[in-house]
Design a protein around this ligand. Structure first.
Ligand SMILES: [Zn+2]
Length: 160
């Protein structure tokens, strides 16, 4: 038997420990969360994404009465960014959860969003930083999607 362990490194920060750029992005995520369409869960999420070309794309979750038809803020933001600037690398994504629901202070994107972010991180060969904050909690940061999606599936798995 062989055990494979992967190290997950997540940094916890207080608001005053955030860089000016990260703080700006997080504020944009907060603004976006306020406009979320989340009448069913009331779990309002905002995302703001910075591209290498300095463009920022913001989005929020969009729910639907037919639940699976809705989509998370993170995927709307990254799909919009890559639709408009496919050649620009994604540097960071800030996510704000405007709800105190749930037991954990640390909230990271759902599995489908992690996989979507991972697709672009793998292809661009540059880490995408994830910054998250839940209302009333500290800020959590991961230097790469790999930290929160170890052993991820990517295009290299389809070759051969
Ligand atoms: Zn998601």
């Amino acid at each position: 038997m062989k055990i494979h362990k992967e190290i997950v490194e997540i940094i916890e920060l207080e608001k005053n420990e955030l860089s000016e750029l990260d703080s700006k992005l997080l504020n944009k995520a907060i603004e976006a969360s306020e406009k979320a369409y989340a009448p069913y869960s009331n779990f309002k999420v905002g995302a703001s994404l910075l591209l290498e070309n300095d463009e920022i794309f913001c989005a929020n979750n969009q729910e639907n009465a037919a639940y699976p038809s809705g989509l998370c803020a993170e995927r709307i933001a990254i799909f919009a960014a890559k639709s408009n600037a496919p050649d620009s690398k994604v540097l960071k994504i800030a996510i704000y959860v405007g709800s105190e629901k749930g037991a954990q202070a640390m909230v990271f994107p759902c599995g489908s969003c992690r996989q979507s972010i991972s697709e672009y991180e793998f292809n661009q060969d540059r880490n995408i930083e994830i910054i998250t904050q839940k209302k009333g909690s500290n800020i959590f940061k991961s230097k790469s999607i790999k930290n929160i999606l170890p052993s991820s599936f990517n295009s290299s798995d389809l070759i051969g």
